[in-house]
Every structure is written in structure tokens, then in C-alpha cells.
Design a protein around this ligand. Structure first.
Ligand code: N01
Length: 535
């Protein structure tokens, strides 16, 4: 859709990633007047923007896909166990075409303001390109990892070569052939991009501040027999996923690692390390995320893997993370550590010698200048809350969402914000979002939101809000759940610690999707406890 859009809609959806597309599909199917604004030129959300080399999903594709339509899941075939970005984007396009979603998606239309009209109980939305609409309800499906973080390196503008952030990757691709490349950042994006870039760069310098724990994805072309097994029993498997803590299917747990004889636990860890997904190792034991001693056994197993792969012992030690494994997002990799055995790859430890500036010719650290032709920033996101605050949202009494969240992204049930009525967040702060299978999580939340909207319609309610008191109660549940785990011990984007000046507060509900979904339903069933409904 190209022409400028005006008029009134019952529901406006922001974002045509997997959450937004599903919301749009459901709304269209029930005949609701709706429209979706998408900042990008195509569908797929995170899989539209993050097209850096090596970008790949880390949940098996048979799971990381929509469950809502049996024919869709039967007809679609994934080429690999863990599909690469182009295949996931192809899938997103297939879904958009199959369900006719493009008719109601406005592309290249970044929402740049949202203002709530308290008299009329409607939202006014505008986009950068000039669309102006009103809506009774807004579903923000803007993604948890969408607001790009470009650290304020002095001199970045003076760099004479090209630079690219992994999450704003040019559609036409980037050639590294014969070039001196620098990559800053070794989170999941860096871990996936570095082995690919190293293949053609004349030299690659990796600027690492914190090493990452990564697990092998042991990726393979999808075995047709395995695919058949899944497709024959998709309904049961999806049901099993829905009742899982992380909305995923993993092999059964082994119990507590601390209770095991060393030889037994080593054998189990070796088995899981070589299994279909390295994540099996992360979720195999029931104590590794809650007990520091248990965590250290798994962490040291993974450090020994790094030591066994990386031939230079000094480099190997620098690549060994020292925090509790799992407390920063673990990544699945394809040959990441082996990349440091290549002669054309050098690790630069910027914890030891910090980056001082970007110069016209490269990167200067406390140690000296590294000359580069091209620079890649794999420096992550203003995660979870950043994609919402940058929409310029004004709620009741002219309250700006940035002011509301200046001390932390308060919310109720991860979907509602007091003072911002009739706004529903998908994967917002306070929800399990990024720590569950995100397509399944979006399907659940969209269903919940639509159930609430239908119920409000039946009751003749025009406006749904919550209160600061109930935001605090929900935050207590979120923080309590986190306090049983080791998550709080490490600075991570889960708690906003990667962004200078962002308040540190843990933003993800880690009590399990089963508990989360129960709590959300309970509060509605208790006659909308914690909500404020106005006729
Ligand atoms: O971002 P990150 P990401 N100077 O924030 C470093 C998902 N994802 O894009 O840790 C020097 O994890 C920073 O260092 P430190 C996944 O959920 C999934 O990689 O802050 N370095 C870190 O090393 C993931 O967690 C997949 O000390 C600086 C890196 O940049 C999330 O997206 C693939 C710096 C940023 O790592 C984000 O991953 C990719 C500075 N000033 C992403 N500022 C899948 O596999 C930052 N860094 C599905």
C-alpha cells in the first residue's frame, strides 16, 4: 500500500514482524477495521532488518514458525534445522501473500507519534511519511530487539570507510573481499557474523569487550524423516510447546547437575554438546540457572570447549567468559571459536585497552591504531523498551512514555502501561518475550488481547487502563521470579545495562510461560483485577 492513509480504525497494529502479522491476520479474519504500519520495506520484522552475514535462528525451524494454520505448517518446508535469515524472510513473505496481509500493511511508514485523546478515548497516530489515523486500540508489535544501539564512539563520523550496524544491514549486501575489516561487539550478532566475514576479509580485527558463551548449533539440512515425524504430529507437539515454560520442545531434563557424579555429568554434557541443538545443554539441568556452583560446572565445561578449539592459549583465555552462563543471552554458533585459529583474524581485548576513538583510518584503542577499510558494529539494541519509547507516545494528562519509564519500564502483565489506555504491547517489558519462543509467545498474547477486546465490546467498555499500584505489584512478581535465578548477577541488556543512562531493572518475566499465561488469565477472570475499565 503506497498512498497516504487517513481515517479511523478500530485497531492499528504497529509492526509487520511475526507478532504484528499474526495480529493483523486475526483482525482481518474477524472483519475488524484495521491497518498495520511497518517501518521497513517488507515483512519479517527482526528478520527483515538483521540480514548480516550468518544471521540464523537459534530455535529449530520446525518450532520457530506459526502454529495457527495447519495447512500452512504442513505445506511449508524448511531447508535446514536452523534456518538462515533469507529463508525466514522468505517464510514471512509467504505468510503475508498466503493470507493477503499486504493489502492492509503500509510499508516504509515508521510511526513517529502516538497521542491519546482522553475525551474521545482514541489514539492519534502519525508516521514519518505523513499518514495520520485514529484508532480505538493500538497493538504495538514493535519487537524487543529493534531500536539499534550505536554507541557514541568519538570520531565515528570521521571514518573514511563504510560502517554498518548488523541490524541495519543493506539489502544489497556488503562485500568484504580483500578488505581489512573491524567488528565491534561479540554478542549473538557478532558471533554469527564473524566466521562469515573472516572467510573473505584480508584481515579481520574483532574488538571484544565481553566474551560470549556460545553453543554449537550442529546445523544440518532438514532430514525428511524428521520433518515427516513433526508434520504427522504437529498438533500434539504445538500443544506440548504451549505448556512448556519457554514455549519450546526440549528433551527431558536430567535433574540437578550438582547431584551427579563427575563422570556422569561429563558424559551427559558431551552428549548434549553434540546433540541437535546446543541449547539442550543450557536447559538440561534444573539447577544451572538458579545455583552458582551448578552454573559454574556447566560454564567451565563450555570454557574447556573453547580451550580445546582455540589453538593459542592466550587467545583462548580471552575468549572465555567469566560470568554465569545463561545470564547474558547464549548464542548458537557455526564455527565461531575456530575462526580465531585463522591467520587473518586477530582478537583485540577492549576491556584491557578500551576503544578511545574511531579515526578516519580505523579504530584507536589505548594500545594503538588499527587500520581498517570497513567497520561492522555488532553493538546490539536499546532492548525491550527502546522500540516503544522511540514512538513518541503521549498518554493521559500529556504523559510522555519516556518520562513514565525514566526509572524503569513499569507495566502490568507485560502488556499494559498505566496512563496509556487501550494500548496492548506484544513482547513488551514485563512479559517473557525474549526468553521464550517468540512466535508462539506472540500467538498467545495476540489471542489474549483479542479475547480482552471482544469482552470489552460485550460489556460496552470503551477504555481499559491499569494503575501504578498494580504495575508495582506486577513488577514485584517479575523481580521475584528473577531473584530465584542467577540473571540478576550479570549486567545484560535484559536489565538495560548495555545502554548508558538507562535505568537498570530486569525487564523479562522468567517465571515460565505457563505461570505467565495463567496469571494473565487469572487477572481478567477476577473481574479485571488491576485494570480500570471505563464505559
Ligand atoms: O547485541 P548484544 P547482539 N564498546 O547486546 C558490545 C538476539 N539475536 O545484536 O557485552 C565495545 O548481545 C557488547 O559488549 P558488552 C539475541 O537475543 C539473536 O549481538 O556490553 N563493545 C556486546 O559484545 C541477542 O542477545 C540471534 O560488554 C561494545 C555486543 O557489543 C540479541 O539479539 C542472533 C560497546 C552487543 O551484543 C542482541 O544480540 C543475533 C562499546 N561501546 C541476535 N557497546 C539468534 O541467533 C556494546 N558493545 C536468533
Amino acid at each position: 500500500m503506497n498512498e497516504l492513509v487517513t481515517g479511523h480504525y478500530k485497531v492499528v497494529v504497529i509492526g509487520a514482524g511475526f507478532g504484528g502479522m499474526y495480529a493483523l491476520h486475526r483482525l482481518r479474519s474477524e472483519g475488524t477495521q484495521t491497518i498495520c504500519f511497518e517501518a521497513g520495506g517488507g515483512v519479517g520484522g527482526t528478520w527483515y532488518w538483521n540480514r548480516y552475514p550468518g544471521a540464523r535462528v537459534d530455535i529449530e525451524s520446525m518450532q520457530y514458525s506459526y502454529s495457527f494454520d495447519e495447512e500452512l505448517q504442513q505445506e511449508w518446508s524448511w531447508p535446514e534445522n536452523f534456518s538462515a535469515q533469507p529463508d525466514i524472510e522468505r517464510y514471512a513473505n509467504h505468510v503475508a501473500d498466503r493470507f493477503g496481509l499486504r493489502e492492509d500493511i503500509v510499508f516504509d511508514a515508521r510511526v513517529n507519534s502516538m497521542r491519546f485523546d482522553e475525551e474521545a478515548n482514541i489514539w492519534h497516530l502519525t508516521t514519518e511519511r505523513g499518514d495520520e489515523v485514529t484508532a480505538h486500540y493500538v497493538i504495538s508489535a514493535t519487537g524487543s530487539l529493534d531500536a539499534t544501539n550505536v554507541p557514541g564512539f568519538p570520531g565515528l563520523d570521521s571514518f573514511e570507510g563504510d560502517w554498518h550496524h548488523t541490524s541495519q544491514w543493506p539489502k544489497e549486501g556488503v562485500s568484504f573481499d580483500g578488505l581489512r575489516v573491524g567488528v565491534i561487539g561479540t554478542g549473538s550478532s557478532g558471533v554469527q557474523a564473524i566466521p562469515e566475514i573472516a572467510k573473505t576479509a584480508s584481515h579481520l580485527h574483532v574488538f571484544q569487550r565481553t566474551p560470549a558463551f556460545t553453543m554449537p548449533n550442529n546445523n544440518q539440512p532438514l532430514d525428511p524423516d524428521y520433518e515427516r515425524e513433526w508434520k504427522d504430529t504437529y498438533a500434539e507437539r504445538r500443544e506440548a510447546m504451549r505448556t512448556d515454560q519457554g514455549l519450546s520442545m526440549f528433551p527431558p531434563k536430567y535433574g540437578a547437575i550438582l547431584d551427579m557424579e563427575p563422570a556422569v555429568r561429563e558424559a551427559i554434557m558431551e552428549d548434549l554438546y553434540a546433540s541437535r541443538s546446543g541449547f539442550n545443554l543450557l536447559v538440561a539441568f534444573n539447577d544451572t540457572m538458579v545455583n552458582a556452583e551448578a552454573n559454574e560446572l556447566l560454564a567451565e565445561f563450555m570454557r574447556n570447549k573453547i580451550r580445546s578449539i582455540v589453538t593459542d592459549p592466550v587467545v583462548a583465555e580471552k575468549l572465555c567468559p567469566r560470568y554465569a552462563i545463561g545470564t547474558k543471552r547464549v548464542c548458537l554458533d557455526s564455527g565461531y571459536h575456530a575462526t580465531y585459529n585463522r591467520e587473518n583474524v586477530t582478537l583485540v581485548d577492549v576491556r584491557e585497552s578500551p576503544i578511545e576513538e574511531i579515526t578516519p583510518r580505523g579504530v584507536r584503542t589505548a594500545d594503538g591504531e588499527y587500520e581498517l577499510d570497513i567497520l561492522v558494529l555488532a553493538t546490539g539494541f536499546d532492548a525491550v523498551s527502546g522500540s516503544l519509547t522511540r514512538l513518541n507516545v503521549t498518554g493521559v494528562d500529556g504523559l510522555d512514555l519516556r518520562d513514565k519509564w525514566k526509572d524503569g519500564a513499569t507495566n502490568y502483565l507485560g502488556m499494559f502501561v498505566a496512563g496509556f489506555p487501550n494500548l496492548f504491547m506484544i513482547h513488551g517489558p514485563g512479559s517473557p518475550g525474549v526468553l521464550a519462543q517468540m512466535i508462539a509467545g506472540a500467538e498467545w498474547q495476540v489471542q489474549y488481547v483479542l479475547d480482552v477486546i471482544h469482552d470489552l465490546d460485550t460489556r460496552g467498555v470503551q477504555r481499559i487502563d491499569t494503575t501504578a499500584e498494580w504495575e508495582n505489584k506486577w513488577d514485584a512478581e517479575v523481580q521475584t521470579a528473577a531473584s530465584y535465578t542467577l540473571f540478576g548477577d550479570t549486567d545484560s541488556w535484559y536489565k538495560g545495562a548495555n545502554i548508558e543512562g538507562k535505568p537498570k531493572s530486569f525487564m523479562v518475566y522468567v517465571g515460565g510461560y505457563d505461570n505467565y499465561s495463567r496469571r494473565c488469565r487469572e487477572q481478567v477472570e477476577a473481574d479485571y483485577e488491576g485494570f480500570v475499565l471505563s464505559p
